[in-house]
Design a protein around this ligand. Structure first.
Ligand code: XUL
Ligand code: CO
Length: 431
């Protein structure tokens, strides 16, 4: 034991507790025919909880963690603390980037050896821990070598470095039994079109993704390959803007049957959508995979990665997920970090516990809304006209035939209420 978390004990489900406990998240409780833990599939994000030092654009490190020294000893201590936290939270999953878990070496080979040593440690810890790997990923955005992109970099050597890094991370994810592999293209975009060959970059990015899919099959990785859309930040314009844009790119490279979406709440909002819109869009296109759960500050307009605490918002997201049949390989990854003033180990635990409770409440509300059926009944009624044979036939008819029917039958369609407020009132009964 590292003593980092002091005398904090593993958290239990205890609705009456006035200390550290789950008041709503009860892993074994049945919701819509499935254990809550199996619905939500919570993951802790290694980067925010253990690697992020608390900086902002105006100031550096606020978290004086004993492992933040860029040494292998620090990386080993960090791994110990991480698995202690997973146990305190009873976390079923975690996620990591290569750069979160190991210090950068002086060469690719040294970084790889550092990484593999920590992967060995993870493997040993996972042999006795319940916590499994939801996904692994490569950090192709923090180091200055990636400042002009990874797969879209004008320098072929950076492309090669990126390919080698993804191979390494996919191999490690496979070895640890990861259920997904994520690609978030933080620098796959541009700052100015004046120095950018957009056509070439999009071509390189699509072909890079095809190589990742190809390699996944080559090594027999059974997990899903997930792309995480975001419209901007850090780049001014990011190519994987939102779910619909990524789908267009996947279609272009014939990858729509191979790649799914990892949808993040804050990224959806930055793209001018709601979280539930992005989930519904991915489900409708058959590419829904997983979620990064968090929230942004609605005044600041950037990616603040706060822990979720808005139950009605979360309920609508899980409503779409349940409607889509729930997670298969995906889960709820807390891509969320403490505020930089929240210095203490207890803040890390409380943040996750509160977020897990918010998600549990959202899930319960979503399941109750589905079971109640009023929303789906109203939706079905709204489209009931399309159930008639004549209406169905019209979908295959040509324009002239349809046009002739309008006058022949003297159509006189009358507007019908969309009932938005009534539907919102129904939602409010459950949240
Ligand atoms: C950045 C972000 C990343 C990805 C993984 O906004 O969300 O942490 O989730 O690289
Ligand atoms: Co994310």
């Amino acid at each position: 034991m590292t003593q980092f978390f002091g005398d904090i004990a593993p958290l239990n489900y205890d609705p009456q507790s006035d200390g550290l406990a789950f008041r709503h998240y009860n892993p074994d409780a049945m919701v819509a025919g499935k254990r809550m833990e199996d619905h939500l599939r919570f993951a802790v994000a290694y980067w925010h909880s253990f690697a992020w030092p608390g900086g902002d654009p105006f100031g550096g490190q606020t978290f004086a963690r004993p492992w933040m020294d860029d040494t292998m000893a620090g990386a080993r201590l960090k791994a110990d603390v991480a698995f202690e936290m997973f146990e305190l939270l009873n976390a079923p999953y975690f996620c990591f980037h290569d750069a979160d878990i190991r210090p950068e070496g002086a060469s690719f080979a040294e970084s790889r050896r550092n990484f593999e040593e920590i992967i060995d440690i993870f493997e040993a810890k996972m042999a006795t821990s319940k916590t499994r790997l939801l996904w692994g990923t490569a950090n192709l955005f923090s180091n200055r070598r990636f400042m002009s992109g990874a797969a879209t970099n004008p320098d072929p050597d950076i492309y090669a470095w990126s390919a080698a890094t993804v191979k390494l991370c996919l191999d490690a994810t496979h070895r640890l039994g990861g259920e997904n592999y994520v690609l978030w293209g933080g620098r796959e975009g541009y700052e100015t079109l004046l120095n950018t060959d957009l056509s070439q970059e999009l071509d390189h990015m699509g072909r890079f993704l095809a190589k990742v899919v190809d390699y996944k099959h080559k090594i027999g990785f059974k997990g899903a390959i997930l792309v995480e859309p975001k419209p901007q930040e850090p780049t001014k314009h990011q190519y994987d803007y939102d779910v619909a844009t990524v789908y267009g790119n996947l279609k272009r490279f014939g990858l729509e049957g191979e790649v799914q979406m990892n949808i993040e709440q804050g990224h959806a909002i930055l793209a001018g959508h709601s979280f539930e819109h992005e989930i519904a869009m991915a489900a409708s296109l058959g590419i829904f995979g997983s979620i990064d759960m968090n929230r942004n500050d609605y005044q600041s307009g950037w990616d603040t990665d706060q822990f979720p605490n808005n139950v009605p918002e979360v309920a609508l997201a899980y409503y779409e997920i349940l409607k889509a049949g729930g997670f298969t390989t995906g889960g709820t990854n807390f891509d969320a970090k403490l505020r930089r003033q929240s210095l203490d180990p207890v803040d890390l635990i409380a943040a996750h516990a509160g977020a897990m409770d918010v998600c549990a409440r959202g899930l319960k509300a979503a399941a109750a809304m589905l079971e109640d059926g009023s929303l789906e009944a109203a939706r079905a009624e709204r489209y009931a006209g399309w159930q008639t044979p004549a209406a169905k036939a019209m979908l295959d008819a040509d324009l002239a035939t349809i046009a002739a029917r309008v006058e022949a039958e003297g159509l006189d369609p009358q507007p019908v209420s969309g009932r938005q407020e009534i539907l919102e009132n129904i939602v409010n009964r459950f949240v």
